[in-house]
Every structure is written in C-alpha cells, then in structure tokens.
Design a protein around this ligand. Sequence first.
Ligand SMILES: Nc1nc2c(ncn2[C@@H]2O[C@H](COP(=O)(O)OP(=O)(O)OP(=O)(O)O)[C@@H](O)[C@H]2O)c(=O)[nH]1
Ligand SMILES: [Mg+2]
Length: 243
Amino acid sequence: MPIIGVQGAGKSYFIVTLASFVAKHKWGYVDAPHIYDMMAYVQAMKPIPPTMGLIPVKVDIDMVKYMGHVCRKKVRISTGDISGREFEQAIEEAKTSPDMDKMSPSLKKFIDILKKTDGLLVLIDITRYMGKTPDKVEAVLKSFSEQISPIAHAIELAVKLGMKEKPVFFVFSKKDIHKMDVDEIRRIFEPAWCILLRRLEAHGIRVGYYTISSAGWSSLSDLDAFFYGQGFDKLLYDLVVAL
Ligand SMILES: Nc1nc2c(ncn2[C@@H]2O[C@H](COP(=O)(O)OP(=O)(O)OP(=O)(O)O)[C@@H](O)[C@H]2O)c(=O)[nH]1
Ligand SMILES: [Mg+2]
C-alpha cells in the first residue's frame, strides 16, 4: 500500500512514525538502514533533505491490535518510491500525454506502483494556510484547492489501472498544527471532494478518514500515550482489516 501526497504533505514523517510504532509493538519488520537517517531529522523536527526523501522505506506488518482485537495479516506500507515533486510531475504528465512510449521514468514508476496496489494511503496537508488566513475553514479549502487536482487524478488513475473495491484512506496530517478532529475536517472535505467521493462509491471503493500528528514524539517519555492518542493503532487496524 503506497503513501501518496503532494510535496511536503508529511509522507516521510508519517512513515518514520508509523515504523517506530510497529517496531515498538513488534507488529512487523522495518526496512533499514535508511530509516535511521530519516529518523534523525524527524527527532530533531528538521526538514528531511529532498534526496533522502527519495529513498524507499518499507514497513512490513504481520499483525495489528486494536481495543483487544488482534488481526494477523501481511501488509506492506511504503513511501519514497516516488517523492511529492515526482508525484505532482507524473500526474501533470498523465493528464496530457497518455502515450506509453514517451512516458517519463517518474510516470512509469508511478503507474507500476498503482498497478499492483491494494489501496491507497492519501496524505493531505490542511495546514498550509493556517496562521496566514484568519478563518480556519477558508484555510482548509485553500489547501484543498491545491491538492484536489493531483490527488483526484492519481486516484482516478489507480482506478483506471484496476484498483476497484480496494480502500482509500485519507489521512489529514500535522494534527498538532491544525488541531481539528476528523469529523470537523470531514464536514469541509466531503462537499469539496464530492464528485470524487461519488465516483469511488460507484467503484465499490471504501473510504476512511484519519487525522494524525507525526512530529514531536521523540522527546516524550510515554511514547504509547502519544501513539494511541493519535489513533495510530486504529488507523493500522482498519487498514489491515480492510485489505
Ligand atoms: N508539526 C508537524 N510538522 C510536520 C508533521 N509531519 C510533517 N511535518 C513537517 O512537514 C515537513 C514535510 O514533511 P515530509 O514528511 O518531509 O513531507 P513529504 O510528504 O515526505 O514531502 P516530499 O518528500 O517532498 O514529497 C517536515 O519537514 C516537517 O517540518 C507533523 O505531524 N507535525
Ligand atoms: Mg518525503
């Protein structure tokens, strides 16, 4: 299951946090050693250099647990196969040139990822205009307006390549900044993205909504309280069960 999202949406921070959670609870296996380098940046809350963000990171999950329910299944979550910049460029290209022979390596790579996917984890950053626009709803809508085209096109492309009856999980990142709960965001998201949502329903694609924070946990003494408080266990459980 790939993680997609525009530049700076929080994909790399998310996978490092997710990997730490999975490792802490012995729920799976994390691809090393690149993750250590990324970890250093996440722990220091510094931007991950673009070149490092390109290195693929894979988290192999064997089991998940939520509220006493255990689900054993093998699921791979990955990112870094395609960076946000490559993703945006590939989607732009996919919109205009459907010619297979002339495709750029980025678009080819992205199509290969989508062909074999069991669903999508879509990271959306709603914080881009927070602090710049006084009205929170307006700030969220402004962020959506920048991300709806690449994201919706990517999902449509995945559907075209055969992703039917598979789940799409929308994850609104950087919760520590926007401080909104998932229902509050859904009330803005659903009308704004309704055309895509109706089309997904028509293809039997189930949609889930989550909001999490992937930063500021390394200094906490009670890591579990952070992870569970963010709902990482629920997100992983829903995801594994849905596949
Ligand atoms: N406060 C806060 N900041 C975050 C969080 N997640 C990511 N960030 C910030 O957002 C920046 C971008 O996050 P990345 O994870 O590197 O974004 P990305 O989606 O991997 O971006 P590309 O690799 O360019 O596609 C980071 O440098 C952090 O400063 C979060 O949960 N909370
Ligand atoms: Mg990245």
